[in-house]
Design a protein around this ligand. Structure first.
Ligand code: PEP
Length: 281
């Protein structure tokens, strides 16, 4: 992935008609976790109405508490993929926590005639799950979104990305999602979006930001703008190539991370702000 500065190979790739590179920007707004068919339908319909072709949808959820909702798993894949196809959603970022999930996703997409595409997401808890990384790296059908590990150095996280590439899959987007800290940050994690240009300098990977898991709440600044939007603006102005962000039609009913989800009615203004920040590149 270009850890060596003299490596001149081209960055980026195209998947299912969507280009991922260090020079453009894709928005992946969506549900942190798939819950009801109605919410998936509302989300995808609204994204499509706003001219969006990508989303985030968690079917396999890695939870800190074993008694918390763990995601619908493979049972929701058929209706999630069919709804995506209906609304011309071309890429869904979907976390997997075990290599068997690759086959579950692949079998389902194949059976349905591939109505949409999937970007396999590796969450922050699995950034150094080397056997999972190797298994994902061995397949070349699906691109990968690798989250930065929340408690390891940037360099260690970039090495994790090399595990994917060393097994053959270099279609990797690297995602900053904040760092754990006991330094008293009012946010769930310490926002680390100043590293966007750093990762672009050190590697060829497009860089994603996840303001929702960084900030962890819908709290707003005195200007009325949610901290999630402020963090997004910082990351996009810094040159982010992808934004992974939680929205929900009814955050109070969300089964995972409802308090950090922005409201659907905030989506048009959010898109407008992202576009304006992107112009500042
Ligand atoms: C997520 O994006 O759904 C998620 C769990 O993120 P992270 O791995 O960054 O905590």
């Amino acid at each position: 992935l270009g850890r060596h500065r003299d490596d001149q190979r081209q960055s980026g790739f195209t998947y299912n008609g969507v280009e991922f590179s260090q020079n453009n920007l894709n928005l992946f707004a969506g549900l942190c976790a798939v819950d009801t068919q109605e919410h998936v339908e509302i989300m995808m319909r609204e994204l499509s109405a706003q001219g969006q072709h990508c989303t985030r949808m968690g079917a396999y959820k890695p939870r800190t508490n074993p008694y918390s909702f763990q995601g619908h798993g493979k049972s929701c894949l058929p209706w999630v993929f069919e709804t995506a196809g209906k609304h011309d959603i071309r890429v869904i970022a979907m976390e997997i926590t075990h290599e068997s999930h690759i086959e579950e996703i692949d079998e389902c997409l194949e059976k349905l005639g591939r109505p949409t595409g999937v970007m396999l997401q590796v969450g922050t808890r699995n950034t150094q799950n080397f056997e999972l990384l190797k298994a994902i790296g061995r397949q070349k059908t699906y691109p990968v979104l690798l989250k930065r590990g929340f408690g390891i150095t940037l360099n260690e996280s970039l090495n994790a990305a090399e595990y994917l590439a060393s097994e053959g899959n270099a279609n990797v987007v690297f995602c900053l999602r904040g760092m754990k800290t006991d330094a008293g940050s009012p946010h769930r994690n310490m926002v680390d979006f100043a590293h966007v240009p750093t990762v672009k300098r050190l590697t060829r990977m497009p860089v994603c930001i996840d303001p929702s898991h960084s900030v962890g709440s819908r709290d707003a600044a005195p200007d009325g703008i949610p901290d999630v939007m402020h963090a997004t603006a910082q990351g996009v102005v810094a040159g982010a190539n992808m934004v992974l962000v939680d929205f929900h039609p009814r955050p109070e009913k969300a089964l995972v991370d409802g308090p950090q989800a922005l409201l659907m009615e905030e989506l048009p203004a959010y898109l407008e702000d992202v576009n304006q920040c992107h112009q500042l590149w």
